[in-house]
Design a protein around this ligand. Structure first.
Ligand code: ATP
Length: 316
């Protein structure tokens, strides 16, 4: 344990932004005895961001506030992954006397299959390590992240990566060029455990094989082959729980997307398009559907959790 931990409540907040993820491929093996499904997944971080500001407190409390259109769906107690991240960092690295005010500006869809909670945990780990001036290196953050949830390690690094195990054993993937994406969000979230349960009920037909053709296409920048290799073993289970999503997928490809798929456990759907102009056309068509709440046209890959400019200067 390193303990340079700062305690001055007047220190300016540390600001971090952290991106959502999409699984370009999500291969799910059969449920193991440990209660988990082994995965082989290719993650891509995409340009939808939560922003997190962490400030010191004069007591040992951890307090969360959340802003944004879906703020009311996010817990403010110790079940919030950002709370748990601050608590873990404090208990392992800083000191029980430290508290934090965590403000989350939420833009990543909640319960949307884009790992928003995990992103907030990753951002909070990074912010706390700076706020409390801790000696944590990237490996330490990765280890703490994996304890908080299987998507947290990727949210720290971003870019494109192959994830094995529970998705937390990462290898970076070279990806050439920029990908243009359209995301269609839904009014109502889907619970990840419920989707996995339905996956099992449907026979758990998937496999955690490394998608080598996708990785080769990403490396060569062959966007048409990337589109042909996108896949999600959880998609059938998500569509079974939310049959209305099939119409969204169909409308996106009819409007000109190269391919569409359910993002992670859903219900957000993702469409790969050839350029931004096509993205706007696809987005317009999707917005006309009653089951689509909102659309975002964004790029990927983008980096993982990052300090926002000004944070470091302000603290020097
Ligand atoms: P998963 O990472 O399990 O695939 P997801 O991306 O579909 O999840 P999240 O936005 O992470 O969904 O939220 C899942 C649930 O986690 C929410 O319904 C909410 O109750 C809880 N939660 C805890 N912390 C957060 C957070 N910081 N932001 C959003 N949801 C959170």
């Amino acid at each position: 344990m390193a303990s340079n931990a700062r305690t001055t409540p007047e220190a300016p907040p540390v600001m971090v932004r952290v991106a959502a993820k999409l699984n370009l491929a999500l291969g799910v093996g059969p449920l193991g005895e440990d209660g988990y499904h082994p995965l082989a997944t290719v993650f891509e971080a995409v340009g939808i961001y939560d922003q997190i500001a962490v400030a010191s407190r004069s007591d040992e409390e951890i307090r969360i506030t959340v802003e944004g259109p879906q703020a009311d769906l996010v817990p403010l107690d110790s079940s919030n992954l950002a709370y748990r991240a601050a608590e873990l960092m404090r208990d392992r690295w800083a000191g029980a006397h430290l508290g934090a005010d965590i403000r989350i500006e939420k833009s990543i869809p909640v319960a949307g299959g884009m790992a928003g909670g995990s992103a907030d945990a990753a951002g909070t780990l990074l912010a706390c390590s700076v706020l409390w001036d801790l000696d944590t290196g990237p490996d330490d953050l990765q280890q703490l992240g994996a304890e908080l949830g299987s998507d947290v390690p990727f949210a720290l690094v971003g870019g494109v990566a192959l994830g094995r195990g529970r998705g937390d054993r990462l290898v970076p993937v070279i990806s050439r060029g920029t990908h243009h994406w359209v995301f269609a969000t839904s009014c109502q979230g889907l619970s990840t455990p419920q989707v996995y349960r339905r996956f099992d009920e449907l026979g758990g037909a998937g496999g955690n094989w490394v998608p080598t053709a996708l990785i080769a296409a990403l490396t060569s920048g062959d966007i048409d082959t990337v589109a042909g290799c996108l896949g999600n073993d959880l998609q059938d289970a998500a569509l079974d729980l939310r049959p209305d999503l099939a119409g969204v997928l169909e409308a996106g490809t009819e409007a000109g997307a190269l391919a569409g798929l359910v993002s992670g456990s859903g219900p957000t759907t993702a469409f790969l398009v050839s350029d931004e102009a096509t993205g706007r056309t696809v987005a317009k068509a999707l917005l006309e559907l009653s089951q689509v709440h909102d659309v975002r046209v964004v790029r990927g890959p983008v980096p993982g959790a990052q300090l926002l400019p000004g944070t470091l200067q302000a603290r020097m």
